[in-house]
Design a protein around this ligand. Structure first.
Ligand SMILES: *[C@@H]1O[C@H](CO)[C@@H](O)[C@H](O)[C@H]1NC(C)=O
Ligand SMILES: *[C@@H]1O[C@H](CO)[C@@H](O)[C@H](O)[C@H]1NC(C)=O
Ligand SMILES: *[C@@H]1O[C@H](CO)[C@@H](O)[C@H](O)[C@H]1NC(C)=O
Ligand SMILES: *[C@@H]1O[C@H](CO)[C@@H](O)[C@H](O)[C@H]1NC(C)=O
Length: 961
C-alpha cells in the first residue's frame, strides 16, 4: 500500500497547459544543462555562509564527507570516527584556511593528502592515533602557521617532513611517544617557529648542540613532563626565548647546565611546577634567569624548599608575578624579600589564615589571588594594601565580614567574594572601596541588601548577587549605584519587587532577575522598572508569573523604551502553565529587538501582541502549544529575521504565506507536527538561508514533491540535516528518508519553477494552447509519431531487446486491482515479467520517454480500462504510443482489459477507444465473474502470441464488437 500512497495524486491527469509547459521544460532542461549544486549537506552544517564555515562535529562519520563545497574556508570534522585520510579526500579545497580533525581515530594519512590546501593556516590533528610523520605527509602545506598534533602516538618524525613550511609558527607535539631529540631538528629549523610544545614525551635529555648550532627564533618552549636527566645549553640558540615550561620535568638527579647567563637572558616566564631537583640544583637553575624573569609559576613546592627558593626568586629584580599554588603555610618571613611583586597568587593552598604582616613588604602589589582556600574570614593581611586593585577571595568559607576588612583599599577595582557563606552585608564593609567597579557576591547566603547600596559605590559598574537568598527588593535598594551597568539578581527567592526597586539605576543596561519566585499575586507593574531608562536587556525567565486569560493586566514595561532584549521564558505556578500572554504585554517596548517566550505552554498569541514592537528581529516562541499561528501576528513585525518555533505542535507552516516575512533568514520549526510544506510557503520567505525542520511528521506524498526537489536543488537556503529528514507513508508507520522518496511518480509540474519566468515558455504556452485548441488530435498524433520515429531511428540498428513481457498501463486509482490481482497472477503464477511505472520506470527520465521505452521494451502493453482511465484523456497516451507501435512496426502489442462495464453510449465519448474496440478484442473482468481462471487463461494466451503470429490470434475476449 506504500505504492498506493505514493501515487495518490492522479498521475495521468495532465491539462493541456501543463503539457505545453512540459515541452518547455524539456527544452529548457536541455538548454540549462545542470542545475546548481544543492546547499544542504548530508553530514555537515554550514554555520557561516559568507566565509563558508562547516560544522561536521560529532556525527559518527567514518570518512571525510564527500560533499564539502569547494569554497569552504573553515572545516571542523572533530569528534568522529575517521580512521584514515585518503589522498582524494581533500581534493581542490584550495580556499580552506582552518581544518580541524582532532578527536578521531586517524592512524593513517596518505602521502600528499593535503597538497591541494594551498591556503591552509591551521591544521588540528590532535587526539588521534598517528604514529609517525613521514616526508610526504604534509607536503604542500606551505602556508600553514599552526599545527596541532598533540595527543597522538608519534614515535618518529622523518627528516624531510617539514620542508617548505615557511610560515609555521606554532607546533604542538605534547603527549606523544617521541624520545629522540634529534627528531625535533626539522621543526626547530623552521624560520618562523615561535611556539613549540613537546611536553609529555619521552625525552631524557635536552642538548642544544644536538638541535642546532645557530640561533632559533623560538619564543615559547614547553618541555614539561619529560623524564629529563640532563639539560644542557652550550650556545646562545634561544636568544628570543620568553617562556620556558619545565613543569614535572626532570628527575631527582637531573643536571642543569647553562654555563652562560646570557643564554636565557630574555626568558620572562618560567614554570617550575613539581620540579623535584635538589635544592642546590634548583638554585642553580634559578640563577640562569636573573636578568629578565618577570613571572614564575611554582605549584606544589616542597615545604623545605619554599622559603629558600622564594627568597632567591624574589631577589630577581625584574620579578613581578609569583604563582604558588598549593603552599601549606605562609609565615611572616616567607615573602619578606618579595618587595617588587605586583601580582601574587596563592590559590588552592588550603590556607586557613595568614600572618598579619605577610604582604607588608609588597609596596606595589596590585593583584592578590587568595581564592580556593579555607579562610573563614577576610585575612587581616589584606588590610591597608593601598596599592591593591584586584582582590580575589572566591571559593573560601567566609561567613561574615566586618567594617575593617577592606580598610584603606582605596584603589581596589575588583573584589571577588563569590562562593563563600556570607549571610549579611552592610554599607560599612565596603566604605573605603571608592574605586570599586566590580563586586561579585554570587553564591553566598545574603538575605537582604538593606542599605548597603544606597550610597557610595560611585564607580561600581557590575554587581553580582546571583544565587543568594534575597526574598524581595525594597524601593531604592540600589539608589547609590549611579554608574552600575549590570545587575545580577538571578537564582534568589525573590517573591516581589516593590515599586521603585530599581530607582536611581539610570545607567543600568542589563538586569537579570531570572530564576526567582516572582508571582502573579504581587504583580509586576511599570513602577517596578521605573527609572531604568538605559536598560537594554531584561531577563525575568523562570519565575512564577501567571496571567489568566480573562484578565488584561496593565502594561509592565511601558517605561523601558530602550529595552532591546527581553527574556520571559518558563513561567507559571509550579506544575501549571501560563497559557496566555496579555495582548498589551509588550506595550512601550518600542526598541525591542529580541523577545524570548519559550516554554510557557501558550495556546495562542493575540494577533496584536507585537503591535508595540515594530523593530523585533528575533522571536523565540519555542516549546509552546500553539498548533497554529495567525499570520496577522507577524504583520506588525516586518523586520523579523530569526524565528524559533521549535516544539510547538504546529500542524502547518501556512501562517508564513500571509505573514509577509520578507526579511526572515533563520527559521527553526524543529519538532512540530506538520505533514507537508509546499511551494507557496517557501516562496513566502524569500530571504531564508537557514531552515531547521527536523522531527516533523512529513508524509511521503506528492504534496511534498516540490519541496523535495527544492531541497535537492536550492542554492540559497540551507536545510540542516536535510538528508536525515524522514517521511511516512500513511499506512506504513515506518519512516523512510525524505530525499529517497521517488518524486518521479508524481506529476512533473514541479519543474514549472525552473522556467516559469522565461518568456520562451510563455510563448510556447500561447502557441501550444492555440495549436492545441485548433488542431488537438493532429498535434498529439504528430507528437507521438515523432516520438515513435525518434525511438525507431534510435533503435533501428540495435533493436530494443524485449526486456519485459508486458507493460501495464493503468490509472493510479485502479492500483489495488493491479497489485493484488493482476501482479500475483501474471508474475508469480504465470511467470511473466511485467513493467509497472512505479516500480520499473527509471527515475530522472521524463515520463513520456519512460513510457515510450516501456512500450518498446515490452512485447505487449496491457491497458487496464475503467471510466477513470478514460476520463483522463492523457492517460490514454499509453494507448496512443502503443497503437503507433502497431502502426509503425506492424506489430500488435495492445491487450485491453476492462475492469468495469462501460456502456456503448459512454464509450462513444471516447471515439478513439471506440474506433479501436471496433477492430480489437478485449478482456472483461466483471464478465469473468467467479470464473477468473478463464480470464487468466485468455490473458495468458494473449501474452503468449508472438509478433509474427497471425493477427487473428490476438483477437480474444468474451465480447466482440
Ligand atoms: C555521510 O555519512 C554517511 C554515514 O557515515 C555516509 O554513508 C555518506 O556517504 C556520507 N555522505 C557524504 C556525502 O559523504
Ligand atoms: C653542532 O656542532 C657540533 C660540534 O661542532 C656538532 O657535533 C653537531 O652535530 C652540530 N649540531 C648541529 C645540529 O648541526
Ligand atoms: C510586505 O512587506 C513589504 C515590505 O516589507 C511591503 O512593501 C508590502 O506591502 C507588504 N505586503 C503586505 C501584503 O503586507
Ligand atoms: C500550498 O498550501 C496553501 C495553503 O494550504 C494552498 O492554498 C496552496 O494551494 C498550496 N500550494 C500548492 C502549490 O500546493
Amino acid at each position: 500500500m506504500e505504492l498506493k500512497k505514493a501515487m495518490s495524486e492522479p498521475r495521468c491527469v495532465w491539462s493541456h497547459s501543463q503539457m505545453t509547459v512540459f515541452f518547455g521544460y524539456v527544452l529548457l532542461c536541455w538548454v540549462l544543462a545542470t542545475p546548481g549544486t544543492a546547499y544542504s549537506l548530508e553530514n555537515c552544517t554550514i554555520v557561516n555562509t559568507e566565509n563558508v564555515t562547516l560544522d561536521c562535529r560529532n556525527r559518527k562519520l567514518g570518512a571525510i564527507p564527500a560533499d564539502i563545497p569547494q569554497r569552504t574556508t573553515s572545516l571542523d570534522i572533530s569528534t568522529n570516527l575517521i580512521w584514515k585520510i585518503e589522498k582524494g579526500d581533500l581534493k581542490n579545497k584550495s580556499m580552506l584556511i582552518k581544518l580541524r580533525m582532532d578527536s578521531n581515530q586517524i592512524s593513517h594519512v596518505d602521502d600528499e593528502t593535503f597538497s591541494d590546501l594551498k591556503a591552509l593556516q591551521m591544521l588540528d590533528l590532535s587526539n588521534n592515533k598517528l604514529t609517525s610523520i613521514s616526508d610526504l605527509m604534509f607536503l604542500g602545506l606551505n602556508t600553514l602557521s599552526k599545527l596541532l598534533i598533540n595527543d597522538n602516538l608519534i614515535t618518529t618524525i622523518t627528516l624531510q617532513s617539514f620542508q617548505n613550511f615557511h610560515n609555521l609558527k606554532y607546533v604542538d607535539l605534547t603527549n606523544n611517544h617521541l624520545g629522540q631529540l634529534s627528531s625535533m631538528k626539522p621543526i626547530l629549523q623552521l624560520p618562523q617557529l615561535n611556539n613549540l610544545f613537546i611536553g609529555e614525551n619521552k625525552f631524557t635529555y635536552f642538548l642544544s648542540s644536538e638541535i642546532s648550532n645557530k640561533s632559533i627564533a623560538l619564543r615559547n618552549l614547553d618541555i614539561s613532563d619529560n623524564p629529563m636527566t640532563f639539560f644542557n645549553i652550550t650556545d646562545n640558540v634561544f636568544p628570543d626565548l620568553q617562556y620556558l615550561g619545565l613543569a614535572r620535568c626532570g628527575t631527582k638527579d637531573m643536571e642543569w647546565n647553562v654555563p652562560d647567563r646570557s643564554f636565557l637572558s630574555n626568558v620572562t616566564s618560567l614554570s617550575l611546577t613539581d620540579v623535584r631537583l635538589s635544592l642546590e640544583m634548583m638554585s642553580t637553575m634559578l640563577q640562569s634567569f636573573t636578568t629578565s624573569l618577570a613571572k614564575i609559576v611554582i605549584y606544589n613546592l616542597l615545604d623545605e624548599h619554599a622559603w629558600p627558593l622564594i627568597n632567591i626568586a624574589c631577589q630577581i629584580p625584574t620579578l613581578e608575578t609569583l604563582q604558588l599554588q598549593n603552599i601549606s603555610t605562609v609565615s611572616e618571613k616567607l615573602l619578606q624579600s618579595c618587595t617588587h611583586l605586583i601580582d601574587l597568587n596563592l590559590e588552592y593552598s588550603n590556607l586557613t589564615e595568614l600572618h598579619e604582616f605577610s604582604f607588608r613588604p609588597m609596596k606595589q602589589i596590585r593583584r592578590l589571588i587568595l581564592r580556593s582556600n579555607q579562610f573563614s574570614a577576610v585575612p587581616n593581611a589584606t588590610r591597608n594594601l593601598t596599592t591593591l586593585q584586584i582582590l580575589d577571595l572566591r571559593n573560601n568559607s567566609i561567613q561574615s565580614l566586618c567594617c575593617l576588612d577592606f580598610a584603606k583599599l582605596t584603589r581596589l577595582k575588583e573584589l571577588y567574594l563569590n562562593n563563600n557563606q556570607i549571610t549579611d552585608i552592610k554599607h560599612c564593609f565596603f566604605q573605603d572601596l571608592r574605586a570599586l567597579e566590580y563586586l561579585d557576591l554570587d553564591s553566598n547566603t545574603i538575605q537582604d541588601v538593606g542599605d548597603t547600596f544606597k550610597e557610595g559605590f560611585q564607580k561600581l559598574k557590575l554587581l553580582n548577587l546571583n544565587k543568594n537568598q534575597l526574598t524581595s527588593i525594597q524601593p531604592d535598594s540600589f539608589k547609590g549605584l549611579k554608574s552600575l551597568k549590570v545587575l545580577y539578581l538571578s537564582y534568589n527567592q525573590i517573591l516581589y519587587m516593590q515599586p521603585g526597586a530599581f530607582q536611581g539605576l539610570t545607567r543600568l543596561t542589563d538586569l537579570h532577575v531570572g530564576n526567582n519566585w516572582l508571582v502573579s499575586e504581587y504583580p509586576l507593574t511599570y513602577s517596578v522598572f521605573k527609572g531604568l531608562k538605559s536598560l537594554q536587556t531584561l531577563d525575568i525567565s523562570q519565575n512564577n508569573i501567571y496571567y489568566s486569560t480573562d484578565k488584561e493586566v496593565p502594561s509592565i514595561f511601558s517605561t523601558l523604551t530602550s529595552l532591546k532584549y527581553l527574556y520571559f521564558d518558563t513561567q507559571g505556578p509550579e506544575g501549571e502553565h501560563i497559557h496566555h500572554i496579555p495582548t498589551h504585554f509588550l506595550k512601550g517596548l518600542r526598541s525591542l529587538v529580541m523577545f524570548s517566550a519559550e516554554r510557557l505552554f501558550l495556546n495562542s498569541l493575540s494577533k496584536d501582541t507585537f503591535l508595540y514592537t515594530p523593530h523585533l528581529e528575533v522571536l523565540n516562541i519555542s516549546n509552546n502549544d500553539f498548533r497554529s499561528l495567525s499570520p496577522e501576528l507577524f504583520q506588525a513585525i516586518p523586520m523579523l529575521k530569526e524565528l524559533h518555533v521549535q516544539h510547538a505542535r504546529l500542524l502547518s507552516l501556512d501562517f508564513l504565506i500571509l505573514a509577509n516575512l520578507t526579511q526572515l533568514t533563520y527559521l527553526n520549526v524543529k519538532l512540530n507536527e506538520f505533514t507537508e510544506i509546499n511551494e507557496t510557503v517557501i516562496h513566502s520567505v524569500p530571504a531564508l538561508n537557514y531552515l531547521d525542520m527536523q522531527d516533523n511528521l512529513l508524509s511521503c506524498d506528492c504534496m511534498n514533491a516540490w519541496f523535495i526537489q527544492w531541497l535537492k536543488n536550492d542554492t540559497s537556503t540551507q536545510v540542516v540535516y536535510a538528508h536525515d529528514l524522514v517521511c511516512r507513508f500513511k499506512e506504513y508507520k515506518k519512516p523512510t528518508k525524505l530525499m529517497d522518496f521517488d518524486i518521479h511518480t508524481c506529476s512533473e509540474d514541479f519543474g514549472f519553477f525552473y522556467f516559469i519566468s522565461t518568456t520562451s515558455v510563455v510563448l510556447l504556452t500561447l502557441l501550444g494552447s492555440l495549436t492545441y485548441y485548433f488542431l488537438r488530435w493532429q498535434v498529439v498524433y504528430a507528437y507521438y509519431l515523432f516520438l515513435a520515429y525518434l525511438h525507431d531511428t534510435k533503435h533501428r540498428k540495435r533493436p530494443a531487446p524485449n526486456q519485459y513481457d508486458a507493460f501495464v498501463s493503468y490509472n493510479s486509482q485502479d492500483e489495488p486491482w493491479v497489485l493484488e490481482e493482476l501482479l500475483p497472477e501474471l508474475e508469480e503464477n504465470q511467470g511473466w515479467r511485467l513493467c509497472l511505472h512505479h516500480r520499473d520506470f527509471q527515475p530522472g527520465k521524463p515520463i513520456v520517454e519512460n513510457i515510450t521505452d516501456a512500450i518498446y521494451g515490452s512485447r505487449k502493453t496491457i491497458c487496464v480500462i475503467t471510466r477513470r482511465y478514460l476520463e483522463s484523456e492523457w492517460c490514454s497516451r499509453e494507448i496512443q504510443v502503443a497503437s503507433f507501435r502497431l502502426f509503425d512496426e506492424q506489430k500488435d502489442v495492445l491487450i485491453l482489459v476492462f475492469l468495469e462495464e462501460i456502456p456503448d453510449q459512454q464509450l462513444s465519448l471516447y471515439h478513439r477507444m471506440r474506433k479501436m474496440l471496433k477492430k480489437r478484442t478485449y478482456l472483461s473482468w466483471p464478465r469473468a465473474g467467479e470464473h477468473t481462471e478463464t480470464f487468466w487463461l485468455k490473458l495468458r494466451m494473449a501474452l503468449e502470441t508472438r509478433d509474427n503470429d497471425d493477427e487473428e490470434n490476438l483477437l480474444i475476449g468474451p465480447r466482440q464488437r
